[in-house]
Design a protein around this ligand. Sequence first.
Ligand SMILES: NC(=O)c1ccc[n+]([C@@H]2O[C@H](COP(=O)([O-])OP(=O)(O)OC[C@H]3O[C@@H](n4cnc5c(N)ncnc54)[C@H](OP(=O)(O)O)[C@@H]3O)[C@@H](O)[C@H]2O)c1
Length: 202
Amino acid sequence: MEIIIVGATGILGKAVTDSLKINHEIIEVGLKNGAVNADITSLESIHSMYEKIGPFDALVSTTGAVHFGPLEEITQEQWQLGLNNKLMGQINLVTEGLKHINDNGSFTLTTGIISNDPIRFGTAATLVNRAIEGFVTSAALEMPRGVRINAVSPTILEESVEAFGPYFMGFDPVPASTAALGFVKSVEGLRTGEVFEIRGAI
Ligand SMILES: NC(=O)c1ccc[n+]([C@@H]2O[C@H](COP(=O)([O-])OP(=O)(O)OC[C@H]3O[C@@H](n4cnc5c(N)ncnc54)[C@H](OP(=O)(O)O)[C@@H]3O)[C@@H](O)[C@H]2O)c1
């Protein structure tokens, strides 16, 4: 399969790329790094990415920014970060991608474990993650031509503990290579409209 991975140069994206490149041709997309550059906050940029790449079989998104901070201090701009970037960025990857994806292709988006296991300072992220999961559940019903759509919801990655560990006390981190299995399951499997949670022991 020809698979576009948006966010391929990140911590999660690198592991997903390593897993999928064994059997597939990967087009690595990043904001500044990667073979192709695109900015998911710009519809025009997403459009030109798809024009450049042409028809494809699967789109995997392992990108998306959200604000973390105390609820009472979140500004309008900070709410908008997650809404414009992780939420609408990934939705626009799907709606624009539908114009280019081959029959029986698939989309796989990224959410995060705090969708269902909320933490202090994580309200903006939980909001966005659940919205993405709601989108996936409903959009699956209207996917044309056998196209599938799922989300993967990883817990905190071992590789990110140094940066975000204090937010995730009591969570069991997993290596990014374990989280990558959820993406392989989505791309290679038959299921659609689902959220694959990747948890550690807790
Ligand atoms: N890390 C974790 O523990 C963890 C756990 C659960 C869920 N997640 C979710 O997984 C996703 C990726 O996290 P990560 O830790 O792997 O992030 P990361 O290491 O910062 O990587 C981000 C990736 O996205 C690309 N990117 C950044 N802004 C972009 C934009 N506007 N348009 C297109 N691509 C853009 C980056 O490209 P460049 O290299 O060019 O900058 C890079 O490839 C996020 O949605 C995050 O919430 C992460």
